[in-house]
Design a binder for this molecule. Structure first.
Ligand code: ATP
Ligand code: MG
Length: 270
């Protein structure tokens, strides 16, 4: 593989919690333990793990919201935290995130158009923002009429499209989607996953798709890392993980998918 576009090397994150009794030492919680993770130019990779495994913490570090206590984050082969201001600005525009719940990530009092313009102002992006807005709203499959409306006028699936449009506004090179479909109806999950897959291909973006469900990432990524208790326990093409899981945590994720599918099939027959 050529040099990764966005990468973390040996990242550890340890939180110190409140002490439980007066004289007890403060407990320490290792949330990430020497994690290596990378995505190449135009590549779509997945990260899966059960709840509490450290996925969102990894996202926060990969997007620069949190500084790791140990290890490095590199964008275009340069350390993000040691970079001069101009490089940091390129990183902030270049790596955008789509969160789990579009209803809480969009301000209900803001028209969609205003919400799309907001990152352009905070990231100080130059250019014709109105033209850009029309371009991205089309890329996510909505019409410009959406720009004049408020979040409550949309369905969950449409709102997630709007959140994706907002992430696209500054012209990122990497899109990180943290559980982008787990708050959506099963019937529209595939549409949003398809959209992410198409955007990655059509715009040459890199995608980091995060989920607790292996089947969600298997469909749109070529390489998947499994995280458990803050450690990457296994990585490989998703079909290999399905067919020959090596780590017990990967086996548990595969079994969970099969159980859910068997359960759904059972319901359909009942
Ligand atoms: N600021 C913090 N202080 C203390 N503990 C934290 C903090 N942030 C997260 N944690 C803990 O770190 C662990 C990992 O949390 P994280 O949100 O990264 O997991 P996750 O894999 O995203 O889970 P989920 O699938 O539920 O979203 C959890 O045990 C969580 O309680
Ligand atoms: Mg999470």
């Amino acid at each position: 593989m050529s040099a990764p576009l966005l990468e973390m090397r040996g990242v550890s994150q340890i939180y110190t919690l409140a002490r439980q009794t007066l004289f007890a030492p403060k407990p320490r919680l290792t949330v990430l333990d020497k994690v290596d993770f990378a995505v190449g130019q135009g590549e779509a990779v997945g990260l899966v793990g059960e709840s509490g495994a450290g996925k969102t913490t990894l996202t926060r570090i990969l997007t620069g919201l949190e500084q790791p206590q140990e290890g490095q984050v590199l964008f275009e082969e340069q350390s993000v935290w040691a970079a001069p201001p101009a490089r940091r600005a390129a990183f902030r525009r270049g790596v955008q995130v789509v969160m789990q719940n579009p209803r809480s990530s969009l301000d209900p009092r803001m028209k969609v158009g205003t919400a799309l313009l907001e990152p352009m102002r905070s990231l100080r992006v130059e250019g014709d923002h109105v033209a850009r807005m029309h371009e991205v709203i089309g890329q996510v499959g909505l019409t410009p009429a959406a720009l004049e409306r408020y979040p409550h006028e949309f369905s969950g699936g449409q709102l997630q499209r709007i959140a994706i449009a907002r992430a696209l506004m500054p012209g990122p090179r990497v899109l990180i989607a943290d559980e982008p479909v787990s708050a959506l109806d099963v019937s529209i999950q595939a549409q949003v996953l398809n959209l992410l897959k198409d955007l990655t291909r059509d715009l040459g973006l890199s995608l980091v798709l995060i989920a607790h469900d292996l089947s969600v990432v298997a469909y749109s990524t070529s390489r998947v890392s499994v995280i458990a208790s803050g450690r990457i326990v296994e990585a490989g093409p998703p079909m290999d993980l399905f067919r020959m899981p090596k780590a017990p945590e990967t086996k548990a994720l595969v079994d969970a998918v099969l159980t859910v599918e068997a359960g759904l099939a059972g319901t359909a027959l009942a």
